[in-house]
Design a protein around this ligand. Structure first.
Ligand SMILES: *[C@@H]1O[C@H](CO)[C@@H](O)[C@H](O)[C@H]1NC(C)=O
Ligand SMILES: *[C@@H]1O[C@H](CO)[C@@H](O)[C@H](O)[C@H]1NC(C)=O
Ligand SMILES: *[C@@H]1O[C@H](CO)[C@@H](O)[C@H](O)[C@H]1NC(C)=O
Ligand SMILES: *[C@@H]1O[C@H](CO)[C@@H](O)[C@H](O)[C@H]1NC(C)=O
Ligand SMILES: *[C@@H]1O[C@H](CO)[C@@H](O)[C@H](O)[C@H]1NC(C)=O
Ligand SMILES: *[C@@H]1O[C@H](CO)[C@@H](O)[C@H](O)[C@H]1NC(C)=O
Ligand SMILES: *[C@@H]1O[C@H](CO)[C@@H](O)[C@H](O)[C@H]1NC(C)=O
Ligand SMILES: *[C@@H]1O[C@H](CO)[C@@H](O)[C@H](O)[C@H]1NC(C)=O
Ligand SMILES: *[C@@H]1O[C@H](CO)[C@@H](O)[C@H](O)[C@H]1NC(C)=O
Ligand SMILES: *[C@@H]1O[C@H](CO)[C@@H](O)[C@H](O)[C@H]1NC(C)=O
Length: 872
């Protein structure tokens, strides 16, 4: 890990902030507080909390059970819960470009008397912030606002009813706690003290909550009654800095440990230090800081009664997610290390951009003016797509630009009053439908200024006056004003009827009056679609870079085109799309898999998984060299496997030579090792889901590697040989238990691997309707009951194999396919067994052994009940 860029923050403040700063800019919301009780000073903090009644229209108010009240501060005692709707959102007014600490508290306290366990999602605007699954949860982030509004949403994910107790926003100074990308999510904030007392406002001017940590650590408390100079950028509380710990024993290191979940999470730590002891002239305190045993900063001596903060400008990571920060005494130091306080944050990305600010402003205005009380009209109007507001359509196809509202349908919504000016803010509107309402007044001119508008439907209202000429003259616009009896038309193209005449008449205004203009429209549409199509197929779109990706493995689409020489050589068709041959750096051969993405959900997962896969390296796994992510063009770039897949070789499609038994064993051992690594070497374990002979690839040296792992979660596997997207996998290889229960475990891969083994042994099709038993496992089971090994084995091997070796392999395959997944061996057991098979084969010395020698082999695995082989 590169962690050499630590530096000391010796921030000399230009404006020296004197103590007792006040709570300017704090937003303190007590959710569920009745609005008449609004505004109170919470003790002991003295902060003023207000009711949430003005910030949200939905939800019900509740109160935690009496027995919990002594445990909590007043803002926690009431809460708001949301039995109705899926997403409910708070809308907060904030200051733009401000570094806020945002804290939300979820304290169940049996408010509903159900003693339930919560489980719901908490969103920051359109992005997932946290899943609340504990009955006492506090979530905190540090985030720089980009606009003047901020939304947090509670989202139902099951039966559990979301609730929230308090929302607190504290503006911080700009450079406090910075991250290179994304925002910071609170991990811990500790001061090292045995006091047992937490510290917050007013001691902490930013209302950070400091928890004392001491516990059973072999530490000695050091405190001072003198004043510690805490005037740094971080403005730490006196109570936090005036206490510290040192190890009990002179030479011991001072350890702080924590874990990260998921293990690859990036984090930042902030170590706050000040010397509290009066050192004698011959004393020195000096130490180095290490993270997971690697040097990160030092040698360092804390300054007497003066605060300094050490942090890294780049985020860190810990192997397996287990971090240990150590302060290690240097040899010349006469005193042990000392530590006052430490904070840590993880990096949280909010990749989904919020809807265009003007559009949001416009649609909210429209909502207010027409008093639209639709339950879905909360939170971001466009994203995430699942929560798109009723009646809206948006374009969010380009992830690097904010989504825009392209269509607004408020037909039959009981609208009264005039056509509101607020519509003008929806500058990207293509379709506006206000038909079948009670709108009155004139048709406003501004509609003609919305350039993108193609369709306006104002039919069946009570509009009056005349249709503005600018609208009538607007090219390519389809306007329907039918069923407005008092509407007058001013141009010849509008059939003008006298007011008071035929009341029922329908005044269709054929703006597209002549055939010529219809033709123009058609031509325009055709052009539009051609251009659109062209764009998606060959245009190179410059999309912004999602920060979560590792840059140097990322290729542009034009690089991919060069790499593949314009997609010249097709290697095959994979589960997700075409695969092409290519070169990276002119020499390294690669296979480029183009992927078509349809759902944005899948796409987001794609990015997350690619990031994960780029970190997975094992000699028995086909490694991902890079990827391309440019608009519509998604590609995965893998190392090239010159000898194709195992299935081709088994079927003789390569037609060069028969793989002998020893080579087959070597291939399955390597594949098994790859799978073992996915199961046991990856944290969290990865289930392949689609283990089969076409996913075992062979390189020039016939070394086998497992391909296509890790993606099946986000991409339903296509192709006729596959079953539904709910249960991914390939027919024949699919674990019946997984199919039945829909519960996926590593043992499902073990089942599929058993099928692969049988294929290698028998060289039979997995499903063959012409066989006595169509499925290979059943067929082998049947053959075994007849004790007929020769009929099981691939005849092209010409009985050139060690029979003990093949018996053991058959037994292993059957064990892998045990109908009960718990009784299947693990992949490491499989690897061990297969190595024994290979040992038998190698010890044969070339000559075929007698079939009867099988009796000398021990059975180490129990058999499945489903196929009932009576092999011996
Ligand atoms: C709070 O701060 C503001 C601006 O910093 C100042 O105008 C105000 O007087 C302060 N109030 C108190 C009670 O200190
Ligand atoms: C959380 O659940 C535990 C176990 O059910 C219970 O003992 C505890 O009181 C609950 N706490 C809150 C705040 O609801
Ligand atoms: C505290 O430290 C700052 C920065 O070094 C310095 O400007 C300030 O004068 C110090 N304050 C006191 C009370 O010593
Ligand atoms: C600490 O280390 C020093 C130097 O390595 C050694 O002289 C001393 O005896 C050690 N002290 C203890 C208590 O182990
Ligand atoms: C601190 O870490 C060191 C090295 O990893 C270890 O030897 C020592 O026991 C740890 N100390 C404590 C108190 O855990
Ligand atoms: C440091 O000096 C003090 C007197 O100021 C003396 O008592 C002590 O032994 C000295 N310690 C060392 C390690 O020299
Ligand atoms: C502390 O860091 C310095 C500077 O890198 C290094 O020379 C020294 O060996 C380190 N000491 C310890 C005890 O790790
Ligand atoms: C969405 O906007 C992009 C430009 O940002 C455009 O290329 C694309 O055609 C639009 N999609 C639709 C369906 O209008
Ligand atoms: C709104 O409608 C009323 C009634 O038709 C009309 O008098 C008024 O001028 C309209 N206002 C606007 C801004 O169009
Ligand atoms: C429609 O508007 C006219 C005035 O423009 C008014 O006289 C009439 O009552 C309205 N009709 C309905 C059904 O609201």
């Amino acid at each position: 890990m590169e962690r050499h860029c630590l530096y000391i923050a010796t921030f000399l403040l230009i404006f020296h902030i004197v103590q007792a700063q006040n709570q300017t800019g704090f937003i303190s919301v007590d959710c569920g507080l009745p609005s008449r009780e609004s505004l109170y000073n919470s003790r002991p903090s003295g902060l003023t909390y207000t009711s949430d009644a003005d910030l949200i229209k939905s939800g019900k108010t509740g109160r935690i059970a009496k027995e919990f009240e002594p445990d909590v501060d007043k803002p926690i005692m009431t809460l708001r819960y949301f039995p109705d709707g899926v997403r409910n959102c708070y809308n907060l007014k904030v200051t733009r470009d401000t570094n806020y600490m945002i804290r939300a508290s979820f304290f169940y306290g049996n408010y509903d008397g159900l003693s339930a366990n919560p489980n719901f999602d908490f969103y920051f605007g359109p992005n997932l912030w946290a899943t609340v699954s504990s009955n006492d949860t506090v979530e905190e982030i540090i985030h720089v606002t980009k606009t003047t509004s901020l939304q947090v949403c509670l989202v139902k994910t099951g039966l559990s009813i979301p609730y929230i107790n308090s929302l607190e926003l504290r503006p911080l100074r700009k450079n406090m706690y910075v991250t290179q990308s994304g925002s910071l999510k609170y991990l811990f904030r500790a001061y090292l003290s045995s006091s047992g007392r937490s510290i917050r406002y007013p001691d902490d001017v930013y209302d950070r909550k400091w928890y004392p940590v001491f516990a059973r650590n072999p530490w000695k408390q050091v405190t001072t009654t003198l004043n510690v100079n805490t005037s740094t950028l971080y403005d730490l509380p006196q109570g936090v800095m005036a206490t510290a710990v040192t190890p009990l024993t002179e030479n011991a290191t001072l350890n702080i440990t924590w874990t990260l979940d998921p293990p690859t999470t990036q984090f930042y730590s902030y170590v706050h230090l000040a010397e509290l002891q009066t050192l004698r002239a011959n004393d020195t305190r000096e130490f180095n800081m290490t993270l997971n045993g690697k040097y990160s900063y030092g040698p360092y001596s804390p300054k007497a009664l003066k605060t300094e903060t050490i942090f890294d400008v780049t985020p860190g990571q810990c192997d397996d997610g287990a971090c240990i920060l150590q302060l290690v005494k240097t040899p010349r130091s006469t005193l042990p290390p000392l530590l006052n306080a430490v904070e840590a944050f993880t990096v949280i990305n909010f990749p989904q951009l919020e809807t265009n600010e003007d559009d949001v402003f416009g649609i909210k205005n429209i909502q207010d003016i027409y008093k639209l009380n639709r339950i879905s009209w909360q939170g971001d109007p466009c994203v995430p797509k699942t929560f798109l507001w009723d009646g809206l359509n948006c374009n969010d196809s380009d992830i690097s630009t904010p989504p825009i509202i392209t269509s607004l349908d408020l037909s039959s919504s009981g609208l009264i009053g005039n056509i509101t000016q607020a519509i003008q803010n929806l500058a990207h509107l293509e379709k506006l439908d206000l038909s079948n309402n009670n709108l009155v007044g004139e048709i406003p001119e501004f509609l003609a200024d919305i350039n993108s508008l193609l369709v306006i439907d104002l039919s069946r209202n009570n509009l009056s006056g005349s249709v503005p000429p600018s609208l009538l003259q607007k090219k390519g616009l389809k306007l329907n004003v039918e069923g407005n009896p008092h509407l007058l038309c001013t141009t010849g193209s509008c059939a003008n009827k006298e007011e008071g005449g035929n009341k029922k008449q329908s005044t269709v205004v054929p703006i597209v009056a002549s055939i010529i203009s219809i033709l123009v429209l058609i031509v325009a549409l055709v052009l539009f679609f051609i251009l659109k199509k062209k764009k998606s197929s060959s245009y190179i779109r410059a999309s912004a870079e999602p920060a979560i990706m590792i840059k140097n493995k990322r290729f542009t689409y034009s690089e991919v085109m060069i790499m593949t020489n314009n997609f010249q050589r097709i290697l095959g068709k994979g589960g997700f799309g075409m695969v092409y041959h290519g070169f990276v750096n002119g020499t390294e051969q690669v296979a480029v898999k183009m992927i078509s993405h349809s759902s944005s959900q899948g796409y987001k997962q794609f990015k997350a998984e690619v990031e994960l896969l780029l970190r997975v390296h094992h000699k028995d796994l086909v490694s991902l060299v890079g990827y391309c992510d440019e608009g519509e063009n998604l590609a995965l770039i893998y190392e090239y496997m010159a000898n194709g897949d195992l299935k081709e070789h088994m079927s003789g499609a390569h037609n060069r030579f028969i793989l002998n038994w020893g080579t087959r064993l070597k291939i399955v051992i390597e594949s098994a090792q790859g799978l073992e690594y996915l199961h046991d070497g990856c944290k969290p374990p990865m289930v392949h889901r689609d283990v089969k002979t076409t996913n075992i690839l062979l390189n020039e040296q016939f070394q086998a590697k497992l391909a296509d792992f890790g993606l099946s979660r986000s991409f339903p596997i296509e192709g006729e040989s596959h079953v539904s997207t709910v249960v991914a996998g390939t027919i024949g290889y699919l674990d019946p238990e997984y199919y039945r229960t829909n519960r996926l475990t590593e043992k499902s891969d073990v089942y599929s691997f058993g099928i692969v083994l049988l294929e290698v042994i028998t060289n039979q099709h997995v499903i063959d309707q012409s066989r006595e038993k169509p499925h290979i496992a059943e067929w082998v089971g049947l053959m075994l009951t007849k004790g007929d090994i020769n009929n099981i084995m691939d005849p092209s091997l010409n009985q050139d194999y060690d029979s003990a070796s093949v018996w053991k392999a058959v037994e292993l395959a059957m064990a892998c396919m045990n109908s009960s997944s718990v009784r299947r061996p693990s992949m490491s057991q499989v690897v061990a067994e297969l190595k024994e098979c290979l040992a038998y084969e190698n010890s044969r010395g070339g000559a075929s052994r007698d079939i009867d020698s099988k009796s000398s082999i021990e059975v180490s695995l129990t058999f499945g009940t489903e196929v009932n082989p009576t092999a011996r």
